[in-house]
Structure formats: C-alpha cells, structure tokens
Design a protein around this ligand. Structure first.
Ligand SMILES: Cc1cc2nc3c(=O)[nH]c(=O)nc-3n(C[C@H](O)[C@H](O)[C@H](O)COP(=O)(O)OP(=O)(O)OC[C@H]3O[C@@H](n4cnc5c(N)ncnc54)[C@H](O)[C@@H]3O)c2cc1C
Ligand code: FES
Length: 316
C-alpha cells in the first residue's frame, strides 16, 4: 500500500550525468517491489510546482538506522529535478509511494535479459537480484546517447552473467542502440523474458524484438504523469486486454509495467478509433443500434420510444 511520508535526505551524489538521492522513507521502502515508483513533491511548501514528479525506485534498504531508505536516480530535466538536485543532507522531502504495478517475475528459473536506457536502468538492479534469487540467468543490456548517460555499468556487471553496452556516439561499448545487440544476447542465452525500462522508442523496439523471437517482454513506461495515483487520466495509453479489446489505461496504476505485446506503441499519445469509449467507437455503437449488430458485446439500456415522445411533449 502506498503511503505519504516526509522523508529526510540522507545523501545526494553525482554519478555521470545523474544524481543519486537517498532518503529516509519508512513505509515506502518496506513495501516497494522492483518496477514501483515514487511521486515526489518538488519546490517546497510555497512552490507553484503543484504536480509531483515520478521517479523509479532504484534501491531500498529496510534496515536504515532511522527507518527504511529509498534511492532514486535522476537527471536534471526541468525545474523540479533542478530543485531536487540542490537538496542537501537533512533536507525534508514529501514523497508518496510505492506506486504502480511492479515487474512480474517468472514462475520458472528462465534466462532473462534486462534492458535499460539511460536512467531507465535504475529499477532493473533490484529486479536482477530478485530474478537471481529464483535461479534465473540474468544478462544486461545498457544503452544511452553518451558514456556519461550510461547508469550502473559496474553494478550490472557484478550481478549478471554478461553485460552489453551501446552508446549512440560510440563513446562506450558498441556504437548504436540496445536493439542492435539484443538479438545476439537473446540467441546466446536462449532468453525467455525481456525486461525493459527507458524511452518509449526503445521500449517499442524491445517489444518488437521479443515478438520476433516469440518470447515474453515486460516494459516499464515513463509516460508523463500528473497525479500518479489514478485520478487525472493524464497518463493513459492504448493497451489491449485479455479480451482482445483496446482500452485507454492509466500507466500510473495499471502500469507502469506492461506486457510489451499488449501496448499499441505506435498509437501512444492518441486515442485509436477502436478503443472502448472513444468518440468513433461510441458513434459505431450508436449507429449499430439502428443498422446492424454491435461491433462488440455491450449491455446498455434500450431507448424507449414512449419515454422519448413524453420528453418531447414536455419540451414543446
Ligand atoms: C513512472 C515514471 C518514472 C520515472 N522515473 C524517472 C527516473 O527514475 N529518473 C528521472 O530522471 N526521471 C524519471 N521520470 C521522468 C520525470 O518524472 C520527469 O522528467 C519529470 O517531469 C521531471 O520534472 P522537471 O520539473 O524537472 O521537468 P519538467 O518541467 O516536468 O519537464 C522537463 C522536460 O521533460 C519532459 N518530460 C516530462 N515528463 C516526462 C516523462 N515522463 N518522460 C519524458 N520526458 C518528460 C517535459 O515535456 C519537458 O520537456 C519518470 C517518469 C515516470 C512517469
Ligand atoms: S497520472 Fe493521474 S491518472 Fe495517471
């Protein structure tokens, strides 16, 4: 269950282009699972920055002297993260978490590849530990635009069977993108599951690679979020359900981890016509009421002609 706590900054340090912030956040640390995120109030009490900012949980430690601790990794993207980067030891931070649905772990000890783009690597290290506890082979692929945007290469090396690194400018590892080396890693390890976190384009490419190999993928999305707790619908994405129907689902509560083959990646940011509840879908349902079978099974009240006639009389 998520809690709201006023945590204290324990430490903040630079790692390449990133900041790693550790805070005491009792209740969050104890309940967090790999893939969960926290929503942090930025700017202080009198700030005009009303919306919390979301961050993947990098590490937790339940045995902290002052209570459980939570670590996050961030780069300065705008005013909220700039404010966070200026925090120092003992500053107080208002944090809500753990939020969202975590990664699903395989029931069997199967080989898994963990793919992180930039700071998207952050939630994958605790996942790697959980997978290894279950006897899964873990291979890492980390990618970023430049060397200083690769996060956690040494840590990944320590806890995995192999690590492949790609940078777009070739400053570390192979020049290119994670999906350039991913097929090689999958084939070598005979991987059964891909876990990924990073930019949308990377997740789409990873999901496509998984489909090509007929294996499972789980992708943690970082769709822009306003409330983080399922109220505002800012974060909706078109996702196909078990019944084959597409719905706009909230990535903060139904995600941020989704099955890669269920997200309609190329339509993220749009409302496809066949999404349940879309304008086109509603129009089709209404039209079919008078001219043919419904496009999907729905139960709606019948229009009763007498009621309509009575209402018209009242109006006239
Ligand atoms: C579930 C989740 C987990 C996240 N984890 C991390 C993390 O571990 N580390 C980290 O640094 N950031 C993470 N983010 C992104 C972070 O929340 C946003 O970048 C945040 O808006 C930064 O706040 P800001 O005030 O500094 O910048 P803003 O002024 O809010 O934004 C600065 C720029 O970033 C763009 N932006 C805003 N939100 C996002 C987003 N979700 N994805 C891509 N671009 C965005 C804006 O359009 C703008 O151009 C995560 C987001 C989500 C939804
Ligand atoms: S961010 Fe508000 S519903 Fe997801």
């Amino acid at each position: 269950m998520a809690v709201q706590v006023r945590g204290e900054v324990l430490d903040i340090r630079r790692v390449g282009q990133y900041h790693v912030l550790s805070m005491v956040a009792p209740g969050v640390a104890e309940n967090a699972k790999p893939g969960n995120f926290v929503a942090i109030n930025v700017g202080g009490e009198h700030s005009s920055m009303l919306l919390r900012r979301a961050f993947s949980i990098y590490r937790t430690d339940q045995r902290g002297v002052y209570g459980g601790t939570v670590d996050i990794v961030f780069s300065v993207a705008g005013p909220g993260t700039a404010w966070l980067a200026e925090r120092t030891r003992h500053d107080v931070i208002d944090v809500v978490g753990p939020l969202g649905r975590p990664f699903v772990l395989p029931a069997e000890p199967v080989p898994c590849v963990l793919i992180g783009g930039g700071y998207g690597a952050a939630p994958l290290f605790s996942l790697a530990e959980k997978l290894r506890e279950r006897g899964c082979r873990v291979d890492f692929v980390l990618g970023a635009s430049t060397e200083d945007r690769i996060f956690g290469a040494l840590e990944a090396k320590r806890i995995s069977q192999s690590i492949a690194i790609t940078t777009e400018d070739g400053s570390l590892g192979e020049r290119g993108r994670v999906t350039d080396v991913l097929p090689r890693v999958i084939e070598r390890a005979d991987s059964a599951v891909l876990y990924a976190c990073g930019p949308m384009g990377m997740l789409q490419a990873v999901a496509k690679t998984a489909e090509r190999y007929g294996i499972h993928s789980q992708c943690a999305v970082e769709e822009a979020m306003a409330c983080g707790v399922g109220v505002c619908m800012t974060c909706v994405m078109p996702v196909v359900g078990d019944d084959g129907q597409t719905r706009m689902v909230r990535s903060c509560v139904e995600g941020p981890v989704f099955r890669g083959d269920r997200v309609r990646w190329s339509e993220v940011g749009t409302v496809p016509d066949d999404v349940i509840g879309s304008i086109a879908w509603t129009q089709a349902v209404n039209d079919s009421r008078f001219s043919g079978p419904l496009p999907v099974a729905v139960e709606e009240p019948e229009l009763i002609d007498d009621d309509v006639a009575a209402a018209s009389e009242e109006l006239s």
